[in-house]
Design a protein around this ligand. Structure first.
Ligand SMILES: O=S(=O)([O-])[S-]
Length: 131
C-alpha cells in the first residue's frame, strides 16, 4: 500500500479543525452553522440522526460543494460554517480535509462522530425511512 488509511487520516487530522461532541452541540441552534451527516442512508435510518443535519453521502460531497458542478447544492455556497460528522470520525476527517482543500470554510468535524455524540447523551432523532 503506497499510502494506507492511517496515513491519510493522520495527514487530514494535522490540517483540519476537530471539535468535541459537546462543543459541536453548542452550535446546534446556531443559524450560521450547518451540520453535515456523511453516513450512508442505511446508517441514518438504523441509528438515528442529529436534528437539523443535512445528509450528504460522501460519494457526492465534492459534486455538491463545487458551484461549477451540475449537482451543486446551494447550501454549500451559503457562507455559513460547517460541522461534518460520520459514525466514528474517520470518513468525516477525510471529507473535511477534501472540503477544506476545495475552499469550503470554515469547516470542522466532530471527534468520534455520531457514536460519540450519542454516547454523550446529546440530542438525536429517529432516522427517516426512505419512501
Ligand atoms: O468513518 S467512520 O469513522 O464512521 S467508520
Amino acid at each position: 500500500m503506497k499510502k494506507g488509511y492511517r496515513e491519510l487520516l493522520d495527514e487530514a487530522n494535522a490540517e483540519i479543525e476537530v471539535v468535541s461532541p459537546e462543543e459541536a452541540a453548542g452550535l446546534l441552534d446556531d443559524e450560521d452553522t450547518i451540520f453535515v451527516d456523511l453516513r450512508d442512508p442505511r446508517e441514518v435510518e438504523r441509528d438515528g440522526r442529529i436534528p437539523g443535519a443535512k445528509h450528504v453521502t460522501r460519494g457526492m460531497l465534492e459534486f455538491w460543494i463545487d458551484p461549477e458542478s451540475p449537482y451543486h447544492k446551494p447550501f454549500f455556497a451559503s457562507g455559513k460554517s460547517f460541522v461534518f460528522f460520520c459514525a466514528g470520525g474517520w470518513r468525516s476527517a477525510l471529507a473535511t480535509k477534501t472540503a477544506q482543500d476545495m475552499g469550503l470554510s470554515p469547516v470542522k468535524h466532530i471527534l468520534g462522530g455520531y457514536t460519540a455524540w450519542k454516547a454523550a447523551g446529546l440530542p438525536v432523532e429517529p432516522g427517516e425511512k426512505k419512501k
